[in-house]
Ligand binder design. Sequence first.
Ligand code: COS
Length: 380
Amino acid sequence: MDFSLTKEQEMLKKLAAQFAEEELEPVAAEIDAEHRFPTENFAKMAKVGFTGIGVPEEFGGSGGGMLEKVIAVSEFAKKCMSSAATLSIHLIAPHAILDFGTKEQKEKYLPRLTKGGELGAFALTEPNAGSDAAGVKTVAVYDEATDEYILNGTKCFITGGARAGVLVIFAMTEPKLGTRGMSAFIVEKGMPGFSSGKIEDKMGLAGSETAELVFEDCRVPAANMLGKKNKGFKIAMMALDAARVGVGAQANGVAEAAIEMSVKYMGERVQFGKPIGVLQGLQWYIAEMATKTEAAKALVYEASYLADAGKPFSKEAAMCKLNAAENARFVTNLALQIHGGYGYMKDYPLERMYRDAKLTEIYEGTSEIHKVVIARAVMK
Ligand code: COS
């Protein structure tokens, strides 16, 4: 497998790195401290075309595929994990609409989510349906008189949910059928009966916003069903496969940045009359951090390659996310250790990166769920 980037991908990498340095890094600490979603940065991402990655130009997108998403998200994560997560999670909705939507749905919603600058959200999780995604209790009942579905239920932990203009949400259309009774819907902000509730106060990724969503007799036109009736669970799983590669990219970006910071610090910090970089114990930390991160990147690239080639990649998505997330926690922890007391202080970005990295082991499927997915694929 050849993972070398094309000229266009190299240009994208450079553009994303520059954007991250000029627009994201300057506010990264502030949005973390203030738990503020940087609306202005999302608008800039849309202007440059990042919010349309993976969507063809005819729908307002910037083209490209999974690898382009990985490149941009990784570069963002080096400077601001909250912004990388915002982009990565935003892209789930337009990609699901592109993959499963009708021509009308694509024409109506994709331009809004790409160059239009509206945030997208993906709402599957509920208070009692986290790892057990089939436990969704939100129901959608068809009203023949109006050709609408009436949605009732509550979603939780939805990234960008309170701000999103267009959301892909999941509800049971035939609850007794379990995974075969779930359907996907495109819901718009402002639809009567749809509101947002509690905004979560999180340990990390504080510059991305996590909301509860409430559906009370929310009427959604039947034309907004995404994909076929009762086929929503597969849409959710396939969207999550792609999303997990995005989390792998976030994890690798933060790990790469932590290594770079550690190497720099080891050259500058003098103890016992010498830079601490001469200490072999710390050099071994760097060797391990770098080796594991290269391996994690290779797995993310492999999953991207398979996805872009139209081949199955569920197992590889789970593997790359599991591995990259564990590595991001491992690397940010050691980087913080190398920085000693300074690493623990808010003056340095490492304590934020450490808190942010932790979430990659939890969201878009916990590490334990990925082991379930991987074991099922390997042992089938
Ligand atoms: N792609 C396509 N189809 C898939 C799939 C995938 N990645 N994973 C499962 N399916 C299909 C199965 O083939 C099966 O199809 P049939 O009904 O035709 O047999 C159906 O979906 C049900 O699959 P399964 O029996 O494996 O479902 P489970 O209830 O056992 O759940 C796990 C599987 C645990 C993997 C799933 O619930 C999961 O991923 N949970 C984590 C959810 C998550 O990541 N949440 C994060 C937040 S999202 S806001």
